[in-house]
Design a binder for this molecule. Structure first.
Ligand code: DX5
Ligand code: ZN
Length: 218
């Protein structure tokens, strides 16, 4: 089983002191910093772009996990790579038949890549892309906003994708994003997820070090 990693979603951080938030969450034990990029077209919300990430980069040595919720992501991957992302994930729903090519383009920039699917997209949509991925991200809410309720219906898909990963024999992370809390963390881990994104659960807590540890060990 891959090591459990906790990826606080910086969407729930205080943007007026983003650098400081990035620094603190790193010191508090975050493995990945999950950076939600939204364009107001692919999802009904707008967050931040590559300049924001670039200016946050000096505040952390953690893995920058950039989740692109944007249309035509291939047009922007170079900018997010240059900004200091370590992993860039793109939605199947935004790429469709260009998914594998987009993943390859991310890798050619020297970055790790991943495919993301929404709660209503079947695992079969990414079957040809699994081998290309360093990580697969399963959404457990419809993307756009933090603080939504976990959709438990995705649990069988977590197992299914973990089996697809195991069949490749490769070391591919399986990340889950949306509504993760102390109650469902053990369930998603049991189903095969090893990277847990958590926004509101982490940032609503005063003791962030403790909540990160609990999410990891629960
Ligand atoms: C949703 C984002 C998530 C979100 C997670 O569109 O991709 O990363 O910020 O936040 P919580 O953990 O509050 O659901
Ligand atoms: Zn996300």
């Amino acid at each position: 089983m891959n090591k459990i990693k906790i990826a606080p979603s910086m969407l729930s951080a205080d943007f007026s002191k983003f650098g400081e938030e990035v620094k603190l969450i790193t010191e508090n034990g975050a493995d990945f910093l999950h950076l939600d990029v939204m364009d107001g077209v692919f999802v009904k919300n707008i967050s931040f772009g590559p300049k924001f990430i670039k200016e946050a980069r000096p505040y952390s040595t953690a893995i920058f996990d950039t989740h692109l919720m944007i249309v035509e992501p291939w047009k922007y991957i170079e900018r997010f790579a240059d900004a200091g992302s370590d992993i860039i994930t793109v939605h199947y729903e935004a790429c469709k038949e260009r998914l594998v090519d987009t993943l390859k383009a991310i890798k050619s920039l020297g970055k790790k890549c991943g495919a993301v699917i929404n709660p209503d997209t079947p695992a079969s949509a990414i079957k040809d892309a699994v081998e290309e991925c360093d990580m697969i991200l399963l959404m457990s809410v419809f993307p756009g906003f933090g603080g939504q309720k976990f959709i438990a219906d995705v649990l069988p898909k977590v197992e299914e994708v973990r089996n697809m990963i195991n069949a490749t024999g490769k070391d591919i992370d399986l990340e889950i994003d949306g509504g993760i809390n102390l109650e469902n963390a053990p369930l998603v881990k049991r189903a095969g997820a090893n990277v847990l994104v958590a926004g509101s659960t982490v940032f609503n807590e005063k003791d962030r070090k403790a909540i990160i540890e609990k999410l990891r060990n629960e």
